[in-house]
Ligand binder design. Structure first.
Ligand SMILES: [Zn+2]
Length: 346
């Protein structure tokens, strides 16, 4: 299946679950300027629904418009947040503590320079391709707004802040998420919406939008992109087909990777993802995957097909307003490793 039209994608292996926000190893040293003129808060109200994502850059004058405050977490780190967001976070934290769920803030406002430092650090460690898929580009992180923050859990008095470890506390996160809207927060990086957000599920990354919008968004279980009409809310149909070698979990893990790559297909609407057949795990395909990435030793291959529709305008390399069908996705993994998208196209 070595089609010459296939676009080859080389990805660094995901050693860590590093995410849209990334567990920041760079200290938040630079505090944004505090606005000096606030005669009437209503007149100076910033846009709490501002959208910053992989396609939308933070407005150039954002740091001048917003008022920031600095708070200290239980580990003694100083973190900046937009003022209203900080107040709402304090309420959320108290509310949760009363229900015996203890959280604190791990990461808040991040300057473009700090995001660049994060990207540089991860590029050195995991390579460019990995960073392209897992770390927001400087200027395109929601953390630049000061309205987004990453929580960490405090379990039996101990701070739990490593992504992998935090993901194990789904029961605690469910309790946190149940209280978000009440305090004006939403969960942005939802499970199963990776094709819209471009990021893995992040139970710790919350975003302040204000109470009214938060209630609507959380009730509908949608992303901010969908709420603002920036992405279609069409459900992606998944067909797992039949397989004797892969479980539904194996396939879901692969599908998440496909959806993340698809998020870069700006304006395209994903309709379905379909498992092909166990024939995809052929010696020939595995050999081809290993040729694409000579530093890896892949032992398994998986192939899916998908249909999607391109936007009428700005369709990039795609034909505008066109339904692409049976678009192919090849992924491979090594023994004990995670699926990587290695090739997609026709
Ligand atoms: Zn984050």
């Amino acid at each position: 299946m070595k089609s010459k039209y296939l676009i080859s994608m080389l990805m660094m292996s995901a050693v860590l679950s590093v995410t849209g926000c990334t567990q920041n190893t760079v200290p938040s040293s630079s505090v944004p300027p505090v606005s000096e003129e606030i005669p009437n808060p209503d007149e100076n109200e910033i846009d709490y629904l501002v959208l910053v994502n992989r396609q939308k850059e933070v407005p150039a004058d954002w740091a001048d418009q917003a008022e920031f405050v600095t708070l200290k977490n239980s580990m003694g780190d100083e973190i900046s947040l937009e003022k209203k967001t900080a107040d709402a976070f304090a309420e959320l934290k108290d509310d949760l503590a009363q229900n015996h769920v203890n959280v604190d803030i791990y990461s808040g406002y991040r300057s473009v320079e700090e995001q660049q430092a994060v990207a540089d650090d991860y590029t050195e460690r995991y390579g460019e391709e990995y960073v392209r898929l897992n770390v927001a580009a400087p200027g395109y992180s929601e953390h630049h707004t000061g309205l987004a923050l990453d929580l960490y859990l405090i379990v039996d008095g101990e701070a739990v802040y490593e992504n992998e470890e935090m993901l194990e506390y789904s029961d605690l996160w469910a309790k946190v998420h149940a209280r978000l809207a009440e305090h004006g927060f939403i969960l942005h990086y939802l499970e199963g919406k990776e094709d819209i957000t471009g990021f893995n599920y992040e139970p710790w990354h919350i975003r302040y939008v204000g109470q009214a919008s938060a209630r609507e968004i959380m009730e509908q279980g949608i992303t901010l992109e969908e709420y603002l009409g920036e992405a279609s809310s069409v459900d992606v149909e998944i067909d797992y087909g039949t397989s004797e070698i892969y479980t539904k979990d194996d396939m879901d893990e692969a599908i998440t990777q496909i959806r993340k790559v698809f998020a870069d297909f700006a304006g395209c609407e994903l309709h379905n993802i379909r498992y092909t057949s166990d024939d995809c795990n052929s010696e020939e395909n595995i050999k081809w995957m290993n040729e694409l990435r000579e530093d890896q030793e892949y032992t398994e291959c998986i192939k899916f097909l998908s249909d999607f529709h391109t936007p009428a305008e700005n369709s990039g390399a795609f034909e505008p307003d066109h339904e692409y069908t049976d678009y192919e996705w090849y992924l491979a993994r090594s023994e004990g490793g995670s699926w990587e998208v290695l090739s997609y196209g026709y």
